[in-house]
Write a protein that binds this ligand. Structure first.
Ligand code: ATP
Ligand code: MG
Length: 197
């Protein structure tokens, strides 16, 4: 059994679908912060996306499992999809803290776009107590922690991947390829389940 002082990265997202931007960010942060593992946490109902049609949680969960299966450091958690109601990061952190124990160090990874909006999230003070936050670069968004309390966030440059799930969905809807934007198994899963048509 691994010891309980592990360094755990947490990558929350809708993952509709998961793409190489998510995977590169997680891999880069795992290396830079000497993380023991990264847990990908697909959202239940994303409260910021209440107006947008989101694929069923089980499809998003399975695509995340397929995309991460070959990396021994990567895991997927069901905490958010198994909890009723909208997903708030503060609840994600509370559940993962209970799972990994009081001594685990939690690092919540978030792209520059999400970091810009972070103060609008629920219970941010509590969130900052429960985890260290890592903001990563994302093409098209400025990475800044000026609006956030000192020492709560680290900023990390990751290889630039101009990929978004929104663009992947639009490509599938138009019959354009998503090969090399998402892992091969995810391309096949999207076709098999006829997602985004
Ligand atoms: P959508 O277009 O549906 O919002 P998305 O591509 O933004 O999808 P999300 O599931 O919303 O993906 O993002 C999950 C997390 O991954 C967020 O913190 C987001 O900022 C980050 N992220 C997404 N794409 C990238 C990327 N290309 N580079 C760096 N970080 C990214
Ligand atoms: Mg997004």
């Amino acid at each position: 059994m691994a010891d309980d002082t592990r360094r755990i990265g947490i990558m929350g997202g809708t993952f509709d679908p998961i793409h190489h931007g998510h995977l590169v960010a997680a891999s880069e942060v795992a290396n830079r912060f000497a993380l023991d593992e990264v847990v990908f946490v697909p959202t239940g109902e994303p409260w910021q996306k209440a107006e947008v049609a989101v694929s069923p949680a089980e499809d998003r969960y399975l695509m995340t499992v397929i995309a991460t299966a070959s990396n021994p450091q990567f895991h997927v958690s069901r905490v958010d999809i198994d909890r009723d109601g909208p997903t708030y990061t503060v609840d994600t952190l509370r559940d993962l803290r209970a799972e990994y124990g009081p001594k685990a160090q939690l690092f919540f990874i978030t792209g520059a776009d999400a970091l810009q909006k972070m103060l609008s999230w629920k219970d941010t003070d509590l969130m900052f107590e429960m985890a260290h936050f890592i903001g990563v670069t994302r093409p098209g968004f400025a990475l800044s922690d000026d609006h956030l309390p000192a020492d709560t966030v680290s900023l990390v440059q990751v290889p630039a991947m101009a990929i978004s799930s929104t663009d992947c969905r639009a490509r599938v809807a138009m019959g354009k390829p998503v090969w090399y934007l998402v892992p091969d198994g995810v391309v096949q899963y999207i076709a098999k389940r006829r997602l985004y048509k």
